[in-house]
Design a protein around this ligand. Structure first.
Ligand SMILES: NC(=O)c1ccc[n+]([C@@H]2O[C@H](COP(=O)([O-])OP(=O)(O)OC[C@H]3O[C@@H](n4cnc5c(N)ncnc54)[C@H](OP(=O)(O)O)[C@@H]3O)[C@@H](O)[C@H]2O)c1
Length: 374
């Protein structure tokens, strides 16, 4: 099998090494903006070289972003190449277009590394969906925010110092916005929910709040109350339709997610008959992520052609029936006077309110987190 890699960065470098070592596989081309003398004639700068070569079987996209990734991947699919990608931004934004292009051209589109890095989450979800109805999915889908919250909880440190430390360790980007404000997690929730429920939802439809405003004082109050804060992405079938949120949650300290250390991920689904199945592991990093890309390539070699879900019914998120209590540290306390139930640390805890009601007041908060009742 001949592969062409788009992007020779953290993940691309790992896939290059692993595929080259795999019997029966050859990396024919690597496309990147930069020069890499060690790649010799394999390095190319034009997608045309790849799509016009009939010998290329699989294109593995690991450049990131949506432009020009969408154009390159679309061109590859139209040229009859199978595509593997680790790019969650691309799949979340162009879910319908890319799955349709793959179907029309009779080729495979696989993106297991896009959610959970090295965890075989999407492939497990796909297998579960083939025998059961998924009722909900939930979990820690971002290592950066888990690292920050875990270290803040264990060491009592302030957010800014722990973020800096995470950047030095390579767990956080120089611009941490996508991680700490929830964008990265929301894309992963879109892809997971689409597959779990056979739907197609829009990123901006899912309410999202991050951990930028959390303080050591908040965490001390949570610890005192026996609670642990984690960034949780969740979606579920409800009486109204599909609910979904990306937000910090306060979990009882005995909850399995509360024990997830450092930059690890833990994602679970609940099936109507299967019950809960949970997946724990490295959600990022060169070789864990590359391994999922390579497994996708091997699945294609073995004849896998279908996408993870065969339906993509356009769906609007409905959160109005989801009631939660929230910890709120408000910059305008009066804005929460009507729903405040008790005090916690420097903030208040609301009575159970519909999720949209909380997000309508989000701008009046320095930080807020949902309380998950066990
Ligand atoms: N790193 C992880 O642990 C991880 C885990 C799961 C998923 N992912 C996803 O995998 C993808 C790649 O991540 P990464 O960490 O490997 O990123 P990265 O280290 O920045 O690598 C991307 C590579 O692609 C190149 N590139 C970007 N745009 C290009 C273009 N228009 N034409 C040619 N080359 C281009 C970049 O060149 P420049 O550096 O010159 O821009 C860089 O060499 C992203 O979608 C990311 O979300 C990453």
């Amino acid at each position: 099998m001949k592969a062409a890699l788009l992007g020779f960065g953290v993940v691309g470098g790992g896939v290059y090494t692993m595929l080259q070592e795999h019997p029966g596989w050859e990396v024919a081309y690597v496309l990147d903006k930069r020069e890499f003398p060690e790649l010799g004639e394999k390095l190319v700068h034009s997608i045309d070289t790849i799509v016009n070569d009939p010998a290329v079987d699989v294109v593995v996209e690991m450049m990131g972003g949506t432009k020009p990734a969408f154009d390159f991947v679309a061109a590859a699919l139209k040229a009859g190449k199978h595509v593997v990608t680790s790019n969650k931004a691309l799949i979340a934004a162009y879910y319908n277009e890319l799955t349709a292009l793959a179907r029309e051209n009779g080729v495979a589109l696989r993106c297991t590394a896009a959610v959970g890095g090295g965890i075989p989450w999407l492939t497990s979800l796909e297998r579960a969906c083939s025998v059961d109805t998924i009722e909900s999915i939930s979990g820690i889908m971002n290592g950066t925010t888990n690292y920050i919250l875990d270290v803040m909880t264990r060491e009592g440190k302030e957010f800014a110092g722990v973020l800096k430390n995470a950047q030095e360790l390579g767990y956080a980007e120089a611009d941490p916005t996508a991680d700490i404000d929830g964008w990265d997690i929301r894309r992963k929730l879109v892809i997971s929910s689409n597959i779990a429920y056979g739907i197609s939802i829009q990123e901006e439809d899912i309410p999202m709040s991050g951990i930028r405003g959390i303080t050591a004082e908040d965490i001390a109050a949570f610890t005192e109350a026996g609670l642990v804060c984690r960034m949780i992405a969740s979606s579920a079938r409800t009486a109204e339709g599909i609910s979904a949120t990306v937000e910090p949650m306060l979990l009882p300290k005995g909850a399995p997610e509360a024990a997830v250390p450092l930059n690890y991920n833990r994602i679970s689904y609940v099936g109507e008959r299967l019950g809960i199945q949970a997946f724990f592991g490295q959600g990022a990093g060169r070789y864990p992520t590359a391994a999922n890309c390579v497994r996708d390539c091997l699945d294609i070699e073995a004849g896998k052609r279908s996408f993870y879900a065969d339906k993509a019914v356009p769906t609007t998120i409905r959160n109005e029936g989801s009631l939660r209590r929230y910890y709120v540290r408000a910059n305008d306390a009066a804005a929460f006077a009507d729903v405040a139930e008790s005090k916690l640390g420097c903030g208040i805890v609301t009575r159970a309110i519909p999720v949209p009601e909380m997000y309508a007041r989000a701008e009046k908060c320095s930080f807020f987190a949902a309380l998950r009742e066990e």
